[in-house]
Ligand binder design. Structure first.
Ligand SMILES: *Cc1c(COP(=O)(O)O)cnc(C)c1O
Length: 388
């Protein structure tokens, strides 16, 4: 009997080591890993460069409090500032912490302007922003909030893709609209560029802050460093997490000057956030990701992967309903039973993970090779063939 609290439907499979795109299981089998800790290990397992960076840092200094200056943190913040809309960055340890901080920052901004009643956050119904009390109520999901009442107040919801519903849900109390640029857990649903542009305009007109949750789709996953870049807009607040540490837990919130102006010493904090060891991982990830041509390659591989997956869809339209996503954030929408399909892929040594709307998520490392993509395509084809 496991002593682990029963909150996951875990597969029986366990791993003893990983290298790049592959995982080696305790059962002796070798698996192609297109989960990568759910878009976390953006540079694959046991990346030599990341290993070295963490090892070198671990010999010098792991952790100091944020009451001191942390040069490694200053460095990572500066680099994120240079490559994004952000003027300031706050560091944490996970995605939910980052989205929750984003909510705090938005409210604090209007508070600082004397608009203390402008404090509600408008989110997509059945979205995902993490598992803290506030973020589950931000999701508007019945399933995620069941048994966890009393409700955390201050969230309103609109239907994905329903512009009328969005406009109707806005009141003069709306402080921020928070959506994922590409919905991950929600089923790899890409928000079209024209919607993001419209949203930016709407927010400007109504004095509302735009929070784009890029915890999953950010840090190169979409083929751009940040997924909002495709639309050309600038958000006000962006929580990030999954990819930034390459497997080391890091969360962060990127904010513009306007939002930053409301935050003063004592208004927010984190014990672990931004410690030197974590920051060495984040800086090493950016060393590799900011190399010339890296993101271009991600886009190219993403195009190729999607194009080939669409061929498989054409051959098996009764199994695959749709292929969608951006960069290497890809979802296969199935007609039925995604769980069986995922298990069949595992039997054929390809690891994938589910998302809502019967989606199988394909999340290879961003430095995956074409050969490895081809291997995945072959396995997916083979599994489809068995369903004939
Ligand atoms: C994973 C995820 C989170 C939560 O991150 P945790 O590190 O699990 O707390 C929040 N928002 C989005 C979009 C995510 O994909």
């Amino acid at each position: 009997m496991s002593a682990i609290l029963n909150t996951y439907n875990r597969k029986k499979i366990a791993f003893k080591k990983g290298k790049g795109t592959f995982l080696y299981a305790t059962n002796g089998k070798k698996y192609l890993d297109f989960v990568q800790g759910i878009a976390v290990n953006c540079l694959g397992h046991a990346n030599n460069y990341l290993n070295k960076a963490i090892y070198q840092q671990s010999k010098k200094l792991w952790h100091v409090s944020n009451v001191f200056t942390i040069p490694e943190q200053e460095k990572l913040a500066k680099r994120l500032k240079q490559k994004t809309f952000a003027d300031y960055i706050f560091f944490q340890n996970s995605g939910a912490e980052a989205t929750e901080a984003a909510i705090k920052f938005a409210r604090r901004y209007f508070y600082s302007k004397g608009l203390t009643k402008k404090n509600r956050i408008l989110c997509i119904k059945n979205s995902f922003h993490g598992r803290t009390l506030a973020t589950i109520f931000a999701s508007g999901s019945k399933k995620m909030t069941e048994g966890f009442f009393p409700k955390v107040e201050g969230f309103d919801h609109f239907k994905f893709g329903d512009h009328k519903d969005l406009e109707n849900a806005i009141t003069n109390k709306t402080a921020a609209i928070m959506i994922e640029t590409i919905m991950g857990e929600g089923g790899i649903k890409v928000v079209p560029d024209y919607c993001l542009k419209g949203l930016r305009k709407l927010c400007n007109k109504k004095n509302i802050l735009l929070i784009l949750d890029e915890v999953q789709c950010g840090i190169g996953r979409s083929g751009k460093f940040m997924a909002y870049e495709y639309s050309g807009i600038k958000p006000d607040i962006v929580p990030i997490a999954k990819g930034i540490g390459g497997g080391f837990p890091i969360g962060a919130v990127l904010v513009n000057k306007k939002v930053a102006s409301a935050m003063k010493p004592g208004t927010h904090g984190s014990t672990f956030g931004g410690n030197p060891l974590a920051m060495s991982a984040g800086n090493a990830v950016l060393d590799l990701m900011f190399k010339k041509g890296f993101l271009n390659e991600v886009r190219k591989k993403g195009f190729y992967f999607q194009k080939e997956l669409k061929k498989i869809q054409n051959n098996f339209p009764h199994i695959i309903k749709e292929v969608r996503g951006k960069g290497l954030l890809i979802g296969l929408v199935l007609h039925k039973n995604q769980t069986k399909f995922i298990n069949d892929l595992i039997d054929n040594k390809l690891l994938t993970v589910r998302a809502a709307e019967n989606v199988v998520r394909l999340l290879p490392p961003l430095n995956v090779s074409k050969k490895e993509i081809n291997l995945a395509l072959k396995i997916i084809t083979n599994v489809c063939k068995r369903y004939k």
